[in-house]
Design a protein around this ligand. Structure first.
Ligand SMILES: *Cc1c(COP(=O)(O)O)cnc(C)c1O
Length: 428
């Protein structure tokens, strides 16, 4: 038995399915989770000494790869003096100044500890600001595990949602309208019928938690117009897309300005950080200036702020979007030739995010357009890649992440591994 297997046996005794976040349990690809011991650059090593090229990147934060020296130094330097005070610290000012100066939609920002909190708090603010209760979300978009966001579209003609998790009261779910993505006519209709009830429309900058569902520019721009027309706050949840687009933010990619954005993942450089922000006039409704309450014992703690600041400083100093484009273009070319004669396996990339889709002639733009048979096909490829030292997220619906520690040589190794998988007859 491997050390990973031994650890997993222990883990399941004390934690549900042995994990602290469900997808880590490998349920959708089969097999058992691998316990990691250390990371370095583009690679991580498990407790049994196996080395992997890492396309999961801790689910998004590690845009500079594992243990980037600047980030490690910054965190180590800070913790020598203490890692939380529960008072303001200068690093909060530095990181806030940096994101407000760099990100156009932000005039003010508040830091929290996770992407879930960022989206939840932004929506509370939208409700407080507009005095309305209802929220619009899009199926396939993930905004964290907030009660009223764990909903799916209601059956039949009902616009408002039903809970997708036990423990979420139907009364909460009813406050959330759910729409498929990429449905312009449906969107027009929903705003016409319910627009005046909506406090907020929340959309992932680029939906990337249920496949990589790149939206048409015209669709997103129309959503922006409808929100303005009906007095609805447009929340771009850029927890995943933020700092992963060629234009840095997805809203810039689509050429629109949302009312609020939520950030997470990259902004903490691998520490628990989320952030939300928007116009000063809106943000001043947050306590203690305004009556929308939101707080956090560890929010803005120096260790987390140091990791985020060092990550973003490096991001801008070394022009990460440009580095990523070089890597991405290299990967696009290699995969285009590998997949040219595989009609049932497609690849799509935007910035540092990529995704394989199955049984479709073009990249899906809505959750409904994803073929349900993808899970089985992906599971075979996932297991084969894992055995060849390539770590992909353990679900067909999760994207792959590029980072700047990767080299074109690493990407060639990835493509060679995929070539072997193809030769082994494991492609659909
Ligand atoms: C990951 C993610 C979240 C939740 O962030 P956590 O830090 O896991 O709470 C919210 N929204 C989007 C778009 C995400 O990708």
């Amino acid at each position: 038995m491997t050390t990973s297997e031994q650890l997993y046996r222990e883990a399941v005794k004390y934690m549900p399915a042995g994990v602290n976040s469900p997808v880590r349990a490998f349920r959708s690809v089969g097999g058992q989770p691998v316990f990691m011991a250390r990371g370095e650059g583009a690679h991580m090593e498990d407790v049994d000494g196996n080395r992997y090229l890492d396309f999961c990147g801790s689910w998004g934060p590690l845009i500079l790869g594992h243990r980037h020296p600047k980030v490690q130094e910054a965190v180590e330097g800070v913790v020598r003096n203490g890692w939380t005070f529960g008072t303001p610290v200068s690093l909060e000012v530095d990181l806030a100044k940096m994101v407000v100066e760099k990100l156009a939609p932000l005039e003010m920002v508040r830091f929290v500890n996770s992407g879930t909190e960022a989206a939840m708090s932004a929506i509370r603010l939208a409700r407080g600001y507009t005095g309305r209760d209802h929220v619009l979300k899009f199926s396939g978009c993930y905004h964290g595990h907030v009660d009223y966001l764990l909903v799916e579209a209601g059956s039949g003609l009902a616009t408002f949602g039903t809970a997708s998790s036990a423990g979420v009261p139907e009364d909460f779910a009813r406050l959330t309208a759910t729409m498929p993505l990429d449905d312009l006519a449906g969107l027009e209709r929903l705003f016409k019928e319910n627009g005046e009830q909506l406090a907020c429309a929340a959309i992932e900058g680029v939906p990337a938690n249920n496949g990589l569902l790149i939206q048409d520019r015209a669709y997103v721009q129309r959503l922006r117009e409808l929100c303005t027309e009906y007095g609805v706050m447009l929340l771009f949840d850029e927890v995943l897309s933020g700092f992963r687009m060629p234009e840095v933010l997805a809203c810039e990619h689509y050429g629109i300005t949302p009312d609020m954005i939520a950030l997470g993942k990259v902004i903490g450089g691998g520490m628990p950080v989320g952030a939300y922000g928007g116009k000063r006039e809106v943000m001043e409704h947050i306590a203690p200036l305004g009556n929308v309450y939101q707080a956090g014992t560890l929010s803005g703690n120096p260790a987390a702020m140091a990791a985020g600041l060092a990550t973003l400083q490096t991001y801008y100093e070394t022009d990460v979007p440009k580095q990523i484009e070089t890597l991405g273009t290299h990967l696009d070319k290699a995969l285009a030739s590998l997949l040219a004669d595989v009609p049932d396996l497609g690849y799509v990339r935007l910035g540092s995010l990529f995704w394989f889709y199955f049984y479709a002639r073009e990249a899906p733009r809505s959750a409904e357009a994803i073929d349900g048979r993808c899970g089985e096909a992906y599971a075979r490829i996932h297991a084969a890649l894992l055995s060849k030292g390539i770590y992909m997220a353990p679900s067909a619906y999760e994207v792959g992440f590029l980072n700047t520690a990767m080299t074109t040589g690493d990407l060639d190794r990835f493509v060679r591994a995929l070539e072997e998988v193809k030769t082994e007859g494991l492609f659909p």
